[in-house]
Design a protein around this ligand. Sequence first.
Ligand SMILES: *Cc1c(COP(=O)(O)O)cnc(C)c1O
Length: 352
Amino acid sequence: MHGPRPDLTALERYHSAQVDVAVRLNTNESPYPPPAAWVESLRRIVGEIDWNRYPDRTARRLREALALRHGVGPDNVFVANGSNEVIQTLLLSYAGAGRTVATFEPTYQLHAHIARISGATVVSGRRDDDFRLRPEVVTEVVGRHEPHVTFLCSPNNPTGTVDHEETVRAAAVGAGLVIVDEAYAEFSDWSADGMVRDGGNVVVTRTFSKTWSLAAMRLGYAVAPADVVAQLDAVVLPYHLDAFKQEAGLAALDHADDMATRVGDIVRGRERLVEGLSGLGVEMWPSGANFVLFRPLADASAVWRGLVERGVLVRDCSSWAGLAGCLRVTVGTPAENESFLDALRATLGTGE
Ligand SMILES: *Cc1c(COP(=O)(O)O)cnc(C)c1O
């Protein structure tokens, strides 16, 4: 008889509303398109690819370019179709049936989700009420469960909280692999990439989806000890990264200055959102990312609907464990940020 694995039938689908409204601030995408010069370079790339040949299986040139950015060797970089595929490959290699994966909630739901799909058991510790993760909590969870993989996320999605070196150290004391998901690191002032060493157990994952304005491209990577990268290369499907994407990713790195400018604009937008939100008397938390988590005093789902009616989509996190009453807004363009604040003001009835 056919049928999925019994442990998968209880699995909840990963869900994020794709509602067609004017102002979409719900999935932490960049509000800016990539540089026009990069889009232009795609034409040349299409013309130069040997389309009848399989791509470079090692994506050598892309790895070399990313390695330079992080001051590591090419053997310390693994690339895949989005950081989610990087995470999946890590979990296929280091988690799986009979193994344990630790997360610190509330955090990015896909860590536990993909861990379960790999067959692993998920254990979790809790962040404090202000969503900070204390090193002692990490020490306690790692000591008690001896997880094969421990996830950290800095800045943490959906809270925006930035972890620090002591927190990563507390996780790395264990024997398991420590994955620091840094999808938003460029918006913050700290990265664990300096803690990645050959022979060590710290891995950092990054993505082109947020900072590089390339969510549609599906490109992410890990900075990791060489033995981990070799293991990932052995597990991932052969030729998983197509030739076009390898070249397009390389070309994107030629526009690092544009990326940095956009990141600066978005950080300023975040400051504006924080200022606007504090004027509305909502509770919120310091963010090192391109979004802000906040808690209106009114019913969160009603506020979410009120915003949608006014053409603004944010993420309703209010039913997620540990996030009662919370909404998450992605930083948009200056005009989108004002539209959001206006819509929220109108929804909360604090004057037009
Ligand atoms: C958006 C996000 C990602 C991105 O995944 P991609 O597959 O690279 O698009 C990864 N981790 C976190 C925490 C995110 O918020």
